[in-house]
Design a binder for this molecule. Structure first.
Ligand code: NDP
Length: 245
């Protein structure tokens, strides 16, 4: 299906859910602008989308740097004239029990998963206000609804993304800014590669045995983005059907 083309900026587009979302939204007819640190992957994905007849471009992005996120959003606006949708997707998940005191990993999760989303809002909100509207799609997790051992800090970050998204929605009730929180269950991606703690890494193998394809989460995002302007899809939880959690 083809929709009215929107300009969509996606953070963390070099793998997993972000990559699948870029493919899906480009196939829907939207113009995608991709950010992540691994630019060789973004370059390859941009070429693939363009070769298939879509519109894509990319810029190196580190979401922990507010100025860099501003430059990314500015580049997207320069490229397409507007930023209709900002997908705050970049994330890391170095799980460990709190007793392991992996403080640097806690900080990294807060920097990428929470500050990164805030930086995305700070960069795109003024652009959306100035152009008369826009749509944030923030990627949380089932960990935004419950806490499990080894995931205290990861879940704290995702609870925060849920709170921030709801706050943004409530402050945008003139209807010009839409806010969608998409919370995936276990999904095929490279996310578990960031787990350094050996026990948590081992435990994740069975936990992650039942996984959604990343394209299933991308389809949920596509649904929210394709709704007519008066419709604001606020929260979507997408799990593997066999998932207990
Ligand atoms: P991946 O590891 O495959 O993708 C993560 C993406 O984030 C990569 O593109 C990575 O790019 C990017 N990223 C990481 N750090 C930064 C940074 N500092 N600046 C910019 N980009 C960064 O995992 P997923 O696709 O699974 O993760 C996407 C989102 O989905 C995350 O927010 C995650 O928490 C969430 N999620 C995933 C679930 C799953 O089971 N897969 C379940 C629930 C939620 P690069 O390294 O090139 O910078």
């Amino acid at each position: 299906m083809t929709y009215a083309a929107k300009a969509v900026a996606i953070t963390g587009a070099s793998s997993g859910i972000g990559e699948a979302t870029a493919r899906r939204l480009a196939a829907d007819g939207h113009h995608v602008f991709l950010g992540a640190r691994r630019t060789a992957r973004l370059d390859a994905l941009t070429r693939e989308i363009t070769a298939a007849g879509g519109t894509a471009d990319f810029r190196r992005l580190d979401v922990t740097d507010a100025a860099d996120v501003n430059a990314f959003v500015s580049a997207a606006r320069e490229r397409y004239g507007r930023v209709d949708v900002m997908v705050n997707n970049a994330g890391v998940m170095p799980l460990s029990p709190l007793d392991a005191l992996r403080v640097e990993e806690w900080d990294r999760m807060i920097d990428v998963n929470v500050r990164g989303v805030l930086h995305g809002i700070a960069a795109a909100l003024p652009v959306m206000r100035a152009q008369g509207g826009g749509h944030f799609v923030n990627i949380a997790s089932v960990g935004a609804y419950e806490v499990v051992p080894t995931a205290a800090v990861y879940c704290a970050g995702k609870f925060a993304v849920r709170a921030i998204s709801e706050g943004l929605r409530q402050e945008s009730r003139d209807g010009s800014i839409r806010v969608t929180l998409v919370s995936p269950g276990v999904t095929e991606s490279e996310l578990a590669d960031s787990i350094g703690d050996p026990a948590a890494r081992e435990a994740m193998k069975s936990y992650r045995a039942e996984a959604l394809p990343a394209s299933a989460v991308a389809a949920a995002i596509s649904y929210a983005v394709s709704q007519p302007e008066p419709v604001d899809v606020n929260e979507m939880v997408v799990r593997p059907a066999r998932s207990a959690r």
